[in-house]
Design a protein around this ligand. Sequence first.
Ligand SMILES: Nc1ncnc2c1ncn2[C@@H]1O[C@H](COP(=O)(O)OP(=O)(O)OP(=O)(O)O)[C@@H](O)[C@H]1O
Ligand SMILES: [Mg+2]
Length: 367
Amino acid sequence: MSAALSIENLGKRFGVGRPAVDGVSFDVPAGEIVVLLGPSGCGKTTTLRCVAGLEHPTGGRISIGGRVVSEPERGLLVSPRERDIGMVFQSYAVWPHMTVRQNVAYPLKHRRKSRGGDINAKVNETLELVGLADYADRPVVSLSGGQMQRVALARSLVYRPQLLLLDEPLSNLDAKLRLRLRDELRRILKQTGMTGLYVTHDQAEAVVLGDRIGVMRDGHLLQMAPPGEIYNRPADAFVANFTGASNVLRGKVLARSGETATIDLGGVGRIEAWTPQPLSAGDQARIALRAENVRLGERAERNVFSARVLERRYQGTQTVYDLELGGQRLEALELGTAARHDPNAEIPLTLPPEMCWAYRDEGQSLD
Ligand SMILES: Nc1ncnc2c1ncn2[C@@H]1O[C@H](COP(=O)(O)OP(=O)(O)OP(=O)(O)O)[C@@H](O)[C@H]1O
Ligand SMILES: [Mg+2]
């Protein structure tokens, strides 16, 4: 039976300096897959290791299936072995001297809870699930990287832990295999109804695998939401930038009504944008926008501007344009087989208001 995970105000500090994890709270309901996404060093692995019990948190509370497994304030810490967790890591943690079948059977033979059950049937069923039924009696070292990672996955699924933790399990695979296994992994996890916490810095992986994505930075959880919301309603400028909205326009807020802000871009006029923040008139704002959401040559009702083409890079199936809009740079991406606009041309463009996201501009770095 898979179980829910609950993390409240988790903190982990290694020695002095900034904590690796700072006030992180989120829940993973039973059967859901949550992906922690963020740049290197933001605290993803540390969070996962705290859940596994491999790292001792310095604050907060972690519960699995309603049972508190760590709460330093009360001196409470359940050992990793007693948490009923499966883990898959970046490196293929398999026993090299064993066959595929022996590897997958190993946890069943060494865990009290599954003794007496039909080990062979469970192993076969799990190998079937990960698509390795035909490889059962091969030495594990004769397999490819992707197959070995599936052995590691089978080994952590075979005893049906309450919770599966995965730390960049695909990052050692070549690009093609990574894509295939990524799609397969979601199918396998959903088929088993497993509750999963998955860590990656790869956005595409996060979107495909996660029922929800949590974006982390510097030990903090910035936003936790379904992929569509992370992508279309980023709660903050870092989330917008990290998930690919790399264009930034700067301006001054003229007015705000609900979640719509009107912002003065300087000489080129005003722009309407969606905002998750309580901006007020006079605030400096930065507007994040994806290159593929810039509509070239289109005239809509709102947010129509005139821009100059500085450069274009034709890439076969798409063209990237560098544009100048009132002294600010803007990148636009247009799908299609032909480059339509020439350098130096003045062209109309539309920036759809719901695709323009405004945040308070405090000169903060987004790296
Ligand atoms: N054992 C440790 N001792 C001291 N500092 C550590 C230790 N483990 C992690 N850290 C620090 O904690 C911070 C978070 O590290 P963590 O491994 O959780 O990052 P991450 O998000 O998994 O990054 P990556 O994508 O590179 O794997 C980093 O600043 C790291 O240097
Ligand atoms: Mg890591």
